[in-house]
Ligand binder design. Structure first.
Ligand SMILES: NC(=O)c1ccc[n+]([C@@H]2O[C@H](COP(=O)([O-])OP(=O)(O)OC[C@H]3O[C@@H](n4cnc5c(N)ncnc54)[C@H](OP(=O)(O)O)[C@@H]3O)[C@@H](O)[C@H]2O)c1
Length: 221
């Protein structure tokens, strides 16, 4: 069996726009996907839909805590307003695992203006809440869900990846590659402040230029 076939990835909030796009790409690459939701039935229905599109049974769906229990690696893809509550609901289940936090702390209605939350960044808040037993890695904040809708579409942007555990970061950079994008090592988790803050800037650019999904590209590597 390849590593892809043995690694189970849970996407909490995988019923939503960003999470389902990423989940679909990983499923297409052979990863076992667990869709997590506040509602296990909604998650199961979403997984069934995914499997129908894939033509194979690569995904299952369940409630967030059960999804986090069964997974080897967990992705958090919920709005910032649900960030703390979702993390609290899976804190115990995440211990010893990698958590990829893709949350952007937007502050509606001013989503095109940078807003730093109390803990400076969502990923730093996640690490503080979960404790050192969880390897929090921040990634994908600057990738528009619009780009992920068609799983065969090649996304024209890079993914900044930051975290305090080098091995966990390397695992995530490898996972980014399987989505068709390039993961770039962007340093320690403290740098999530800048990465998360780029998203409102991209949302501003989208509006200013009448486009849906601007992205970032790192040159010179
Ligand atoms: N959309 C983008 O283009 C994009 C790009 C980069 C990063 N992000 C970040 O990715 C995360 C997810 O974005 P999204 O656009 O996929 O969000 P979304 O579709 O609005 O929500 C994702 C999922 O989160 C759960 N959820 C929604 N409201 C909730 C609440 N009040 N309490 C608990 N769970 C709730 C829902 O799952 P259940 O109802 O099934 O539990 C929902 O399907 C956000 O933090 C966003 O900033 C988004």
């Amino acid at each position: 069996m390849t590593e892809n076939q043995t690694l189970k990835i849970a996407v909490l909030g995988g019923t939503g726009k960003e999470g389902s796009g990423l989940a679909m790409r990983w499923a297409m690459n052979g990863y076992s996907i667990i869709i997590g939701s506040r509602d296990g039935e909604r998650a199961a229905a979403h997984a069934t839909e995914m499997n129908a599109k894939l033509g194979k049974n690569q995904a299952v769906g369940m409630g967030n805590p059960e999804a986090a229990t069964q997974a080897d690696l967990v992705v958090l893809s919920v709005p910032y307003t649900a960030h703390q509550a979702t993390l609290e609901s899976v804190k115990e289940q995440l211990q010893g695992k990698i958590l990829i936090d893709i949350t952007v702390p937007l502050q509606p209605p001013k989503v095109r203006t940078v807003h730093l939350p109390e803990g400076k960044s969502a990923a730093l808040e996640a690490q503080a809440l979960l404790g050192e037993g969880v390897k929090v890695v921040a990634a994908f904040q600057n990738v528009s869900a619009e780009q992920l809708v068609d799983p065969n579409h090649v996304v024209d942007c890079d993914v900044l990846v930051c975290g305090n555990d080098a091995e966990a970061k390397a695992t995530v950079i490898k996972l980014v590659k399987t989505t068709g994008m390039k993961g770039v090592d962007a340093g320690s988790l403290a740098n999530a402040v800048a990465i998360e803050a780029l998203t409102p800037v991209l949302l501003y650019i989208n509006k200013a230029y009448g486009i849906k999904s601007s992205g970032i590209r790192i040159t010179g590597i």
